[in-house]
Design a binder for this molecule. Structure first.
Ligand code: FAD
Length: 289
């Protein structure tokens, strides 16, 4: 099913993100994990894309497995930073041949020291979005950043650029993780002012261990942490069981509050952890019926 059709037919939409293995030999193990996660009732699942090398094929492969064997609508992430336009066309043909209908069109992080943009390559995700739309047959999503993308001078310029991505054909947007719902509400208001009127899904990351969150915050360019959240981290830092429970409860609270604010969708970064994803979804699934 096309994801833009899911957004047209219900609100809020609930989705989960998983990632493929870094090494092809671990594909079977990740398939088992994804099979468990797919038992959680949601509207679609997305699979991240690791740029370069043979593992980039694992994203389409995992998406195809999810659709054909597990009956789950798949959203394939695709980054263009290291690919030429003809390589992207080959990727799109492959995705289409596998029956994948949804792509999250991303630029990807620019690898340090790499040539960028490549000759006949892409500078921004909006260019990839336009090419996918020209190719045809896909519902296309894009990434967005409630607390500003790290390459942008400010949120005003970043959302101007986001508007370009939507004008290029993005059907829906998925946010970077955030821990402060107010950051999301301000961002949503700003998008509305700028005429960005496609569905915006809130990306939420459950805290299950402090190191992982610290790392993800660096990667995400520093999602701000409300005092209530940092108190949880410092209080339970040496108690992994309590930290995990408190982190799950925090995300459940975030979802409860967001749902009451007429949100388009919630996307949970599962970190390939079926138990954590299941604990969250079973606590809130009534909000998504
Ligand atoms: P863009 O939309 O191109 O934006 C990048 C920067 O360029 C922004 O600062 C933007 O404001 C600016 N910009 C855009 N257009 C213009 C313009 N015309 N003129 C001037 N500036 C402009 N990475 C992966 O490697 N694999 C994944 O699977 C993956 N999944 C992700 C999923 C989500 C939901 C999110 C939020 C991020 C994900 N990322 C992933 C990370 C993403 O690739 C990086 O954040 C990357 O640095 C930016 O990608 P983008 O698609 O947002 O780029």
């Amino acid at each position: 099913m096309y994801i833009n059709e899911i957004f047209s037919s219900k609100k809020p939409v609930l989705s989960l993100e998983v990632f493929p293995p870094k090494q092809a030999e671990n594909f079977g193990r990740v398939k088992d994990t994804v099979t468990k996660i797919s038992e959680i009732p949601v509207d679609y699942m997305s699979v991240t894309y690791g740029a370069g090398g043979s593992t980039s094929k694992l994203t389409p492969e995992l998406c195809q497995y999810m659709q054909d064997d597990l009956g789950v609508t798949a959203l394939a992430h695709l980054t263009c930073v290291s690919l030429t336009r003809s390589e992207i066309r080959a990727m799109l043909s492959d995705l289409k041949a596998r029956g994948i209908k949804n792509i999250l069109a991303l630029r990807g992080d620019i690898p340090s020291g790499a040539e960028f943009p490549l000759p006949d390559g892409y500078r921004y995700a909006s260019e990839l979005t336009a090419d996918i739309k020209d190719f045809g047959g896909f519902s296309v999503g894009g990434a967005c950043y409630p607390e500003c993308h790290p390459d942008s001078a400010d949120i005003d310029k970043d959302t101007d650029n986001l508007k370009r991505k939507v004008d290029a054909g993005a059907d829906f947007l998925v946010t970077q993780m955030f821990f402060d719902n107010n950051a999301f509400y301000s961002f949503r208001d700003l998008c509305a002012k700028k005429g960005i009127n496609v569905p915006i899904t809130a990306g939420l990351m459950p805290l299950t261990n402090a190191k992982q969150i610290e790392r993800m915050c660096v990667l995400s360019g520093g999602a701000s942490m409300p005092a209530a959240f940092t108190r949880i981290i410092s209080k339970y830092i040496d108690n992994p069981v309590a930290l995990r429970q408190a982190g799950i409860a925090y995300v459940i609270n975030q979802i409860m509050e967001l749902a009451s604010q007429d949100i388009d969708g919630i996307h949970i970064y599962t970190m390939n952890n079926p138990d954590t994803a299941n604990s969250i979804v079973s606590a809130v699934n009534g909000l998504f019926e």
